[in-house]
Design a protein around this ligand. Structure first.
Ligand SMILES: *[C@@H]1O[C@H](CO)[C@@H](O)[C@H](O)[C@H]1NC(C)=O
Ligand SMILES: *[C@@H]1O[C@H](CO)[C@@H](O)[C@H](O)[C@H]1NC(C)=O
Ligand SMILES: *[C@@H]1O[C@H](CO)[C@@H](O)[C@H](O)[C@H]1NC(C)=O
Ligand SMILES: *[C@@H]1O[C@H](CO)[C@@H](O)[C@H](O)[C@H]1NC(C)=O
Ligand SMILES: *[C@@H]1O[C@H](CO)[C@@H](O)[C@H](O)[C@H]1NC(C)=O
Ligand SMILES: *[C@@H]1O[C@H](CO)[C@@H](O)[C@H](O)[C@H]1NC(C)=O
Ligand SMILES: *[C@@H]1O[C@H](CO)[C@@H](O)[C@H](O)[C@H]1NC(C)=O
Ligand SMILES: *[C@@H]1O[C@H](CO)[C@@H](O)[C@H](O)[C@H]1NC(C)=O
Length: 657
């Protein structure tokens, strides 16, 4: 055989192997699944959601495809409100990035109609939520994912990994695009080692946010040392190191210019080199320091699905801070007594004024767990007609909730209390509209339907502009499901509560709509529902409203403190009719809250069925009043027995109050 040909053959063989190796490096979308999860909540309108999600994914794909340098994209739809982000590691080719994205889409669709989900691969991550998460950096669920083999040169490798992670932590947040891929060699007495690593932050976070996230990620990845591979995942960043290269050499970032003076990596490398000599003393010291650091380190929270909860945790306040803010829960700081406990005015150290609610629910471990998940849920209720929950405190002797403070107190003070008569017609209408909007959000727009169960004028607070802010929502869910309707102190206040709930415990959002109708009547009439007019008939507000409505004399109902020039009889009739629609005895006949908003906006121009006769529970006579009221369930002797029990306990509780 010709030796030249032989040489040639070996050369082409080498070339072929080289080509094959680089081809493997180039065409690898790195779809090794690291983490995935679906939100526990499903969307309410599936068809609209899927259409919106498809449009979101198309938009993400188009952005990745559009520009060879694009490795990060966000998209959100106006309808269906799906926010989404995709990010590929920058060393992937556009084709690999798209392949990884396609895989991620197929995987994430396994979450069906969950309103939030995420998947994380070595090559890319994809996430969508019903609200924006673009500024999230480090969230519960962050974790390190380690390989199961130890590096061949553990000592030198450990040094190299720590140095490289430290450098990436410093450099990456300073690099435009928040991505860095780098390698590092360390020289050890027993052998040399090389490590390859990448760090990346979502492009929507700030430099500081990227720093924070990578600090946590480095800690998580370092736990893996001396395993040959380590990864750290979090909501806003990603970190991976490995003994073997996983990105092409020409994708390496020159991080040196971004290290600044702070880097001591060269010095550390030298220390690594001479470790053999002073190993004893230094190692003992290092182990000691490491042990201290480990002990002081905050535990890493695991188990929670990363991000897919889409719920941000509430701020956890320190008990002693709240105690001093409220002057040890002093009488002078007491704002009132709510259904779930007393409320105090507090001034935090930073001068911010808050309302602190001291809950009077049981402190069993189950109650505490329920409390924490419920608080997490309600701290995500963001609507301008809902009171913001700022945080909580679970670590002290009591469960405390911290709310934004409303200087103007509650609506009842303005209707029946010391400031009676100070609200004009327009302000009252705005309050009605705001309350309706807040409830529509709670029932239909928030991702879980929350039924308030205790809508009344005391629970509608007023801000500086006299806009309604609904308080105390979400808490009734903490009560045992089957008992809550028996206890007015906690859920439902007599007179405001729909009969089907008071008597049969049948709970639906129509319970709130009934209470809303009662509140509207009170706002217009300036009289309490429970107040009996001292006329010969001793009528309750509802009876009177219905009679006057039937006789077409609704203007009689209007609060006499109101200026008659501010309203027209048509307006009064329109709004009383809406209230009566809400108080109808059959829950099915009552409109939904979004329908109420439409009716209120239309000011009577929308055609509608006239209301049917209302029903309510009469405390004195302990029976349901209103001729058309029929039990929604088949009235058996057992349900009658329950009814009388529940009515009795209602009366007892009313007296205690
Ligand atoms: C959400 O939908 C999925 C599939 O449609 C179903 O399996 C799951 O039980 C639902 N989850 C909830 C909380 O309703
Ligand atoms: C779902 O949304 C679509 C489009 O927005 C709408 O046409 C449809 O009526 C909605 N379905 C329900 C049950 O609300
Ligand atoms: C969304 O896309 C999936 C997969 O391409 C398809 O099966 C589904 O029908 C689409 N849904 C809508 C509402 O367009
Ligand atoms: C594609 O890129 C061009 C220019 O870079 C930009 O104007 C256009 O909006 C991009 N299209 C998409 C779908 O991102
Ligand atoms: C996603 O769902 C499909 C069909 O339900 C299933 O075949 C596939 O294995 C699932 N993927 C994963 C990774 O769970
Ligand atoms: C190590 O991990 C690989 C896959 O990552 C797995 O196939 C292998 O069984 C694991 N080995 C041990 C000893 O757990
Ligand atoms: C490690 O690298 C140094 C130079 O960088 C070299 O002199 C030494 O021989 C190497 N040691 C081993 C065990 O490969
Ligand atoms: C990097 O190297 C690969 C081959 O190893 C080549 O295909 C690619 O074009 C190079 N990329 C850049 C940006 O130079």
């Amino acid at each position: 055989m010709n030796p030249n040909r032989k040489k040639h053959g070996v050369l082409s063989m080498i070339l072929l192997i080289w080509w094959w190796l680089t081809a493997v490096v180039v065409a690898d979308p790195q779809i090794n699944l690291l983490n995935s999860g679906c939100s526990q909540y499903n969307v309410s309108n599936e068809s609209a959601f899927y259409a919106s999600l498809n449009a979101t994914f198309s938009s993400l794909r188009a952005q990745l495809n559009n520009n060879t340098n694009t490795r990060f994209a966000t998209a959100q739809q106006v309808t269906g409100s799906a926010y989404a982000t995709v990010q590929c590691r920058n060393y992937l080719s556009t084709a690999d990035c798209l392949t990884c994205f396609t895989t991620a889409v197929a995987q994430i669709r396994n979450c069906s109609a969950a309103n939030g989900a995420r998947v994380i691969y070595d090559g890319c991550f994809l996430r969508y939520e019903s609200s924006s998460f673009y500024d999230q950096t480090t969230e519960p669920g962050n974790e390190g994912i380690c390989g199961n083999q130890t590096a061949s040169q553990p000592t030198a490798f450990s040094v190299a990994v720590k140095e490289l992670l430290a450098d990436l932590q410093v450099a990456t947040p300073r690099i435009n695009g928040f991505f860095a891929a780098s390698k590092k060699e360390a020289v050890g007495s027993a052998g040399n080692a090389t490590v390859y690593a990448v760090a990346q932050c979502a492009e929507t976070v700030s430099e500081i946010g990227c720093q924070d996230c990578l600090t946590v990620a480095s800690r998580n990845a370092e736990v893996c040392i001396p395993s040959v591979v380590g990864r750290a995942i979090d909501a806003g960043c990603f970190l991976r190191y490995s003994e073997t290269p996983f990105f092409a050499d020409n994708q390496t970032t020159n991080i040196l210019p971004f290290l600044g003076n702070g880097s001591s990596s060269n010095k550390k490398a030298i220390i690594g080199g001479v470790v053999g000599g002073v190993v004893g003393a230094v190692l003992i010291l290092a182990v000691f320091v490491w042990f201290i650091i480990l002990r002081r380190r905050k535990p890493i929270i695991r188990g929670d699905i990363l991000g897919a909860t889409e719920l941000q945790g509430p701020v956890n306040y320190k008990y002693k801070d709240l105690k001093s803010a409220t002057k040890n829960f002093s009488e002078e700081n007491k704002l009132g007594e709510g259904g779930f406990g007393d409320v105090y005015k507090g001034t935090l150290k930073n001068g911010k004024i808050v309302a602190v609610k001291k809950l009077t629910i049981s402190q069993s471990s189950r109650a505490k767990a329920d409390f924490e998940s419920e608080v997490k849920l309600i701290s995500n209720v963001h609507h301008r007609n809902m009171i913001r929950l700022l945080g909580c405190c679970t670590k002290g002797p009591e469960l405390l909730l911290v709310y934004e403070y409303m200087a103007n107190s509650s609506l009842d003070k303005f209707l029946f209390g010391e400031r009676r008569g100070s609200l004009n017609w327009k302000q009252r209408n705005d309050i009605i509209m705001g309350t309706a909007r807040g409830l529509a959000y709670l029932h239909e727009e928030f991702h879980v339907c929350i039924i308030h169960r205790d809508i009344k004028t005391d629970n509608i607070l007023l801000d500086d502009d006299f806009q309604a802010k609904i308080a105390d929502f979400g808490l009734a869910r903490l009560l045992p499901e089957d008992k809550s309707h028996l206890n007015t102190r906690f859920a439902g206040t007599l007179g405001y509560t729909a009969p089907e709930y008071t008597i049969h415990g049948q709970l639906s959002e129509k319970v709130d709509i009934y209470s809303f109708g009662v509140v509207v009547l009170e706002i217009i009439c300036g009289r309490r529902m429970s107040e009996v007019k001292n006329d010969p008939n001793g009528e309750y507000l509802l009876e009177r409203a219905w009679k006057l409505y039937e006789n077409d004399e609704h203007q009689e109902l209007v609060d006499e403190t109101l200026d008659p020039n501010e309203y027209t009889t048509e307006e009064v009739k329109g709004i009383i009719e809406i209230a009566l629609l809400c108080i109808q005895s059959s829950p099915a006949l009552r409109p939904s809250m979004s329908e109420v908003v439409v009716l209120l906006k239309s000011k009577g121009s929308v055609e509608r069925q006239p209301p049917s006769k209302p029903a309510y529970v009469d405390t004195d006579q302990k029976k349901v009043r209103g001729d058309t009221y029929t039990s929604p369930s088949t009235a058996s002797s057992t349900s009658n027995a329950t009814a009388s029990v529940s009515l009795r306990s209602l009366v007892v509780n009313v007296k205690h109050n």
